[in-house]
Design a protein around this ligand. Structure first.
Ligand SMILES: [Mg+2]
Length: 258
């Protein structure tokens, strides 16, 4: 971090899938290209820069796939955070693990045998993936998912959310990517005397919470086409476009620090 008064700190909150790496048919196929990893590593070491990768993935999975050292990792939509002086687990999640395991067993049994549909147990949340399923398979999986989850949702034990080609079961905590971002901002820029330049980029619904959390002063960037409704102030159509922006940012920061 820069010494006070030397330059404006830059805080970056970047989603992983669909933002830093293109989405693949199966989340396990996603890995960060060496060139991207090297670039992010360099960017994270520019004086004054704080970098956090913010994802719905489990923390350990996110860290392994990103592979950049010394940065902050935010997993499970903010429930777990680690790195760059941060170590955090949302207090209420331990209790929810048992009910999630029960639901995981029920969903697995319900969708068993539908090709291309599979459940990922992320410890503090569940994801039913069906990117590789047929149209009929997806429809069936969606129906079975909601039938299975509904009693637990009605009882207030969990909530069900939808993303791109994924249905998720999450604990009904008042916490999300946006709240995690606010928590980190408080930690990283406690005083108002040094205003930070805050940038957030993401491609999915859950990233809208980040965009809200950094408004009105922040720079929010949606990675996606013109058809996607968003509250982000800026838009790039692909991950490549985001990297062009980040490279230009890095160039400017290095230039201004000379
Ligand atoms: Mg994403």
């Amino acid at each position: 971090m820069a010494e006070p008064g030397s330059r404006i700190p830059v805080i970056l909150f970047l989603d992983f899938d669909g933002t830093l790496v293109p989405i693949r048919e199966h989340p396990s196929l996603v890995s960060m290209p060496v060139s991207s990893r090297r670039f992010l590593q360099k960017l994270s070491r520019v004086p004054g820069v704080r970098l956090a990768v913010v994802s719905g993935r489990a923390l350990s999975d996110l860290k392994k796939r990103t592979g950049v050292s010394g940065i902050c990792y935010v997993g499970n939509h903010g429930l777990q955070m680690e790195g760059a002086g941060v170590r955090y687990l949302y207090p209420a999640v331990r209790r929810g693990k048992r009910v999630l395991s029960k639901i995981a067993r029920e969903i697995r049994a319900a969708v068993d045998g539908i090709p291309g549909v599979w459940l990922e147990d992320k410890q503090f949340s569940l994801s039913l993936h069906f990117r590789q399923g047929s149209a009929a398979g997806k429809k069936k999986a969606r129906k079975l998912f909601f039938e299975t989850v509904r009693p637990f949702v009605s009882a207030g034990k969990v909530k069900a959310t939808q993303g791109k080609e994924v249905l998720e079961v999450r604990l009904p905590v008042g916490w999300n990517k946006g709240r995690a971002v606010q928590w980190l901002l408080k930690k990283w820029s406690p005083g108002r005397s040094v205003p930070a330049c805050v940038i957030a980029a993401g491609d999915d619904r859950t990233d809208e919470d980040m965009f809200r959390a950094i408004s009105p002063g922040g720079i929010s960037i949606l990675v996606g086409g013109p058809g996607v409704a968003t509250r982000a102030r800026y838009r790039v159509s692909t991950s490549a476009g985001l990297y062009r922006f980040l490279k230009e940012l890095q160039r400017q920061l290095l230039h201004s620090s000379r």
